[in-house]
Design a protein around this ligand. Sequence first.
Ligand code: AVI
Length: 320
Amino acid sequence: MSKATERSAPLVRQADDFAVSVLEGLSRPKKSLPCRFFYDAKGSALFEEITRQPEYYPTRVELGILTANATQMLEGALGETVLVEFGSGSSIKTEILLGHMRRLHAYVPIDISESALTDARERLTARFSGLNIQLLLADFSHPIELPPELAPRPKLGFFPGSTIGNFVPAEATRLLRAMRETLSPRGKLIIGVDLKKDVRQLVAAYDDANGVTAAFNLNLLARINRELDATFDLQAFRHAATYEPFEGRIEMHLVSVKDQDVWVAGRKIRFREAETIHTESAYKYTIEEFHLIAQAAGWTPLRVWKDELNLFSVHELVAP
Ligand code: AVI
């Protein structure tokens, strides 16, 4: 058994979780699907392509902030520090931090994709010889027990990408609390948070001219067809992204272009013309709003780094 498969128990439940969550979401008066299901192999590749679209500024801008400020962000990180990344994926942004760390006890990437973890290990080992990498195949939304040898050491958590924005604020608070427990004692967290801004710029980031975000959204229906024996006609749904100012979030929807019935795992789901499936929310915060959420989760916010245009922020949170 590989190191990464030792903690695979939650994955066994994933197939069931998908069927139950999809049927439950499509049976609601306002249909919805959880955004965590976007990321099958095709969805992950489409997301990588989104990050290269001119309209999708978060990845580019966050990389700039990390590159410009990594030395400051890592001040105080000692040789015995353990770097823990939540939802590490390809670990691309981590390379910036690792490139600035003279000494580090271990790097612990946490992800639910074993192939993402092993690919990242291969790449990082080639670039940082001698780096102690301990893969953790796990769902980071619950507190995670780190290997006993690492648990007492000072820990620096890293959660870039504004993935925190994909959780409603109450869930975001729970998630930040779980991370604080995972990183305790002596935990610190560096977290990327997308900022409120001009609505047109926000909407364009989630509705790029090349149609990559539309393909990413529609791929969820293709995945349901394939894995749950469903009959979605991908031509009969269209992608839509709106900004909801009251909630302070982008919403992505799939809009039914006509009245239609769709079969999903043996159940008939009825759609009216213009009825939508809400597939993702991406909350945007001011610095002060995010501080309140972090404080509610028991963190003390310290420094914040931003780009010149105030598009994106990277926060330093410490456990009191
Ligand atoms: C992963 N997450 C932070 C992305 C976002 O911006 O909310 C997912 C995404 N959805 C559409 N485009 C990007």
